[in-house]
Ligand binder design. Structure first.
Ligand SMILES: Nc1ncnc2c1ncn2[C@@H]1O[C@H](COP(=O)(O)OP(=O)(O)O)[C@@H](O)[C@H]1O
Ligand SMILES: [Mg+2]
Length: 472
């Protein structure tokens, strides 16, 4: 089972000048072929970068894109439809800004503190005048936006006004203040939690970020938190993922942040490499076995030692092997006593597949450039009048205004072409994962259809022609 050396996709690392590298070759120990490296040099480097990826015949580009390069990389990805980005630019949507995290959570009905995003400042001040306090004000977007340095608590309209006057944040992004016990960082691979820890605020403080002197521990992360993290990872279709979840004094859980770029011990990045090698080789390499709550035990090791530990592997649970730690160990979880190895069946590691359609196209979702304060800089000029004025109602914002092709419409279209029957349509949907993905392939690069048995170059040409006719 699995692909031979020749059949394996050609991998490349996506690096950017001045940006910390999340992966390197050591995380992909045992990959038999050369892994290429492509470095983005900022400033007008797009065309050269695209050429290099093409010249090196890379199939899969692995790495995180920093927020300030996000929109450029959406353009780059469009020009490289044959290349799979891991994580996809859609998965990385939340990396760009806090606004994007919010829009992602709104779309999927994921709980977050009540959030307000205003591009129209007059409307924001109108709202803030009548609002209840305290509120938390955040800078939505910026190069080094982490660690709570751009997060502020305001207790009155006057304070809010003063803060915005000084900081000049745009959009104006703020949230209801949520009193919380702590916040919890959960890291996932293939939607399976692999590490989780509490971060508590120092006495009398409200910021739970440890960068500001709080404490952390790995014990007894609640089920509601892990379940929300899994749901979030699935919504983002993330190969790997981290979530910061607020554990409220009211007992409720809310997402504070989520992203594919996060600080992680090297052994966690090794696990991600191992996972990707398994997934991309279609099972030739071993799927990492990462038991639930391993972090409670590994977390007992001194952090400075943990930082040096590499390629940590666990054996699989086997009922006949007594003395196996993860086979014997019970845990109180979600109000019940459970065996940890049974939780491993519940929290599966999924094989995340490539998607073929764009979920968050910039034409629609890049409000930040469309509604920039200095319109001379933005490509598409739009008056501030057109700015969305999110109110309470926006939490129920839906995608209803997107033109979508239904399954039966796709079937009608395809079966109208000579040589395609219902069976072939079914095969396509199975291969690419969904109706939207098939439509995405036909729209972006029909030749990719040839991956599916029975779809010859001739047939895909026909489909391409029919599609163009349909769009006229
Ligand atoms: N709505 C909120 N209510 C109360 N505390 C919050 C709220 N949002 C953030 N915080 C606190 O501020 C910290 C930093 O906020 P976060 O959104 O994670 O920004 P950063 O990018 O700076 O980490 C959080 O870890 C949490 O302790
Ligand atoms: Mg944070």
């Amino acid at each position: 089972m699995g692909l031979s050396n020749k059949e394996l996709p050609r991998l490349g690392f996506l690096y950017l000048d001045y940006v910390l590298r999340f992966f390197d070759h050591s995380n992909f120990k045992g990959w038999p072929n050369k892994i290429e490296t492509v470095v983005y040099h900022w400033k007008n480097d797009k065309e050269r970068f695209i050429k290099e990826v093409k010249r090196k015949k890379i199939d899969v580009l692995i790495g995180n894109v920093p927020s300030t390069a996000y929109e450029t990389f959406r353009e780059i990805a469009r020009e490289l439809p044959h290349v799979r980005f891991i994580p996809s630019l859609d998965t990385q949507f939340s990396n760009k800004s806090k606004e994007n995290v919010t829009r992602f959570a709104w779309k999927y009905g994921l709980p977050i503190p009540k959030t307000y995003i205003y591009y129209n400042h007059d409307n924001a001040y109108k709202f803030l005048k009548k609002a209840k306090y305290p509120k938390i004000v955040k800078k939505s977007y910026g190069p080094s936006n982490y660690g709570g340095y751009f997060v502020h608590k305001v207790d009155s309209y006057e304070e809010a006004k003063e803060l915005f006057a000084e900081k000049k944040y745009h959009p104006m992004y703020f949230q209801d203040f949520v009193p919380m016990e702590a916040d919890i960082r959960v890291m996932l691979i293939g939607h399976k939690p692999v590490c989780a820890f509490w971060r508590r605020a120092p006495e009398g403080e409200w910021l739970t970020n440890t960068s500001q002197g709080g404490s952390m521990d790995y014990m007894d992360v609640p089920k509601s938190v892990l379940d929300l993290a899994v749901k979030t990872s699935k919504a983002a279709r993330a190969e790997y993922w981290a979530c910061d979840i607020a554990y409220g004094k009211d007992g409720k859980v809310r997402i504070l942040e989520c992203a594919t770029a996060f600080a992680a011990f090297p052994y966690i990045r090794d696990w991600i490499g191992e996972y990707l090698m398994w997934s991309l080789s279609e099972g030739r390499f071993r799927k990492p076995n990462i038991p639930m709550f391993n972090w409670e035990e590994l977390g007992k090791i001194d952090a400075s030692l943990l930082r040096t530990m590499r390629h940590i592997q666990f054996g699989a649970y086997s009922p006949s092997y007594d003395g196996a730690y993860f086979g014997k160990k019970k845990k109180n979880y979600g109000g019940k006593e459970v065996y940890i190895h049974k939780l491993d069946r519940k929290y599966k590691m999924y094989d995340v597949k490539r998607r073929w359609h764009e979920e968050w196209p910039s034409e629609k979702w890049n409000y930040q450039d469309k509604l920039a304060l200095n319109p001379a800089k933005s490509k598409t000029k739009k008056s501030v009048k057109d700015a969305p004025h999110p109110t309470k109602d926006e939490s129920s914002e839906s995608d209803a205004n997107e033109a979508k092709i239904t399954k039966s419409e796709l079937k009608d279209f395809l079966t109208s072409i000579d040589g395609i029957g219902k069976k072939k349509v079914k095969k396509l949907v199975e291969h690419f994962g969904s109706v939207d993905d098939v439509v995405g392939v036909i729209h972006q690069n029909p030749s990719i259809l040839e991956e599916v048995k029975g779809f010859t170059a001739k047939l895909t040409k026909k489909i391409e022609k029919a599609w163009k006719k349909l769009l006229k």
